[in-house]
Ligand binder design. Structure first.
Ligand code: AHG
Ligand code: MN
Ligand code: MN
Ligand code: MN
Length: 344
């Protein structure tokens, strides 16, 4: 896409010009706060080597991750910006055990789940990282606020996006009308439309992306899929960054498949539903791809589910719930679905 430098299209302008988005002013104001947070995080990531921000914070978060100093700073940046957006009632962050309820906002429309810094294990060696977010419409704007308002299946998402801190800083968003990419122009400090209507290529590259070190832990269909990739007449290329944002971004632009299945060690998978699997699945589907846990569409998974243990039905309302995930082009995700269906 050719950018007209005399007529730059910012994210706000792009949303406002779309007349049939419901409440586009609210969404526009909300995205302004997200944009600000991502610009500040981008700046912090790019100067980390100079400001002593590499390394561990020394704590672990509710999903057992070793927390990096930049995880903490990115989280604070995102929370502060969204708290002041006046459009968010509740936030769920990878780095906070409990939901963060925003005081003093009435009749708010949205809840947000976010991963303030994705791929943070890569930060100390300067490999690309990112921020992921999912925006939910609050179902019950009554007085009694409850977390089930945000524990909705992904198919009810209002919007989702990520910001990738790579060779350039790029924001990729969807609000249900396709996927669009905006590149940060550091000379003016604005995200400018650079990738309108991203679609997974009709002739997707043969790339598979996974942590193959877990091969022995996978179940048979996943193992068979990787063997097929290797034994194909033109063998697939293996590409794995280890930052979900980077692996998904490449899959979106080149095709192929990214997956992190549930396995013998992590029975419910590693990636978290609300702020990794669901937003990325919404984006990939909007770009013409598919996303499954092997048997179900990720956007149809319900973060609230009943666990029947003996005669007790425990309703799990885990905001850090995980899921296995296979996402990417139809050719490869459909093959995974066939292999899992044949296993039944
Ligand atoms: P985060 O840094 O937000 O905790 O996410 C890390 C995730 C994701 O970015 C990536 O796809 C995956 O962890 C990599 O896991 P492995 O290191 O086990 O491959
Ligand atoms: Mn983490
Ligand atoms: Mn992550
Ligand atoms: Mn993270």
């Amino acid at each position: 896409m050719q950018v007209d430098h005399s007529n730059p299209i910012t994210l706000s302008r792009f949303i406002l010009q779309d007349k049939d988005i419901v409440q586009n002013n609210d969404l526009c104001i909300l995205f302004n706060s997200i944009e600000l947070a991502c610009k500040v995080i981008s700046s912090a990531v790019r100067r980390a080597g100079l400001t002593g921000l590499y390394g561990l914070d020394g704590s672990t978060n509710s999903t057992g991750d070793d927390v990096k100093k930049l995880d903490i700073l990115s989280n604070e940046i995102f929370i502060n910006s969204l708290r002041n957006s006046t459009k968010i009632e509740v936030m769920v962050s990878e780095e906070n055990e409990d939901p963060i309820w925003v005081e003093g906002v009435s009749g708010c429309k949205y809840g947000i789940a976010f991963d303030p810094l994705d791929g943070s294990s890569n930060i100390d060696c300067n490999i690309s990282t990112g921020t992921i977010f999912a925006i939910y419409a609050m179902k019950n704007t009554g007085t009694r606020r409850q977390i089930s308002d945000i524990l909705q299946p992904g198919r009810q998402l209002v919007a989702a996006g990520y910001c990738m801190y790579g060779s350039s800083t790029q924001m990729v968003v969807t609000y249900g009308k396709g996927v669009h990419g905006f590149t940060l122009d550091p000379t003016i400090g604005s995200f400018i439309l650079s990738h309108k209507n991203i679609r997974i290529p009709a002739n997707p590259k043969t790339i598979y992306s996974c942590n193959e070190g877990n091969f022995a832990l996978w179940d048979a269909p996943t193992q068979q899929f990787v063997q097929e990739c290797k034994n194909a007449p033109k063998p697939y290329a293996a590409r794995y960054v280890g930052s979900m944002v980077s692996d998904v971004h490449r899959t979106l632009l080149y095709g192929g498949i990214f997956f992190y299945p549930a396995d013998k060690k992590s029975k419910t998978g590693k990636l978290r539903m609300l702020y990794e699997a669901i937003p990325m699945s919404f984006i990939v589907e909007q770009a013409g791809g598919l996303s499954t846990n092997g048997t179900q569409r990720v956007l149809d998974l319900n973060p609230v589910h009943d666990l029947k243990a003996n005669f007790l039905t425990l309703t799990i309302t885990q905001i850090h719930e995980r899921t296995g995930i296979f996402l990417g082009c139809n050719r490869d995700v459909n093959r995974i679905l066939e292999l899992y269906a044949a296993q039944k």
